[in-house]
Design a protein. Sequence first.
Length: 74
Amino acid sequence: MAVPRYQKISIGFAGGQVLAARVAVADLESLTAALAAGGGWHELALEDGSVRLELSQVAYVRVDSDEPRVGFGA
């Protein structure tokens, strides 16, 4: 059985709150498709649980880069 690869994301909401989470790549793609389809509720599986999101309140989804960094200013 393959171990899912997790991606670090931040979800910003209309009220200014931010939810930081780690999600499987397939679940991130599902969230992206649901946001493109419009509003409503979407259940997002996280590395350590799940969360239900009201998509009309989502302002942005930030996906962190997996690139390794070396040094102080990198």
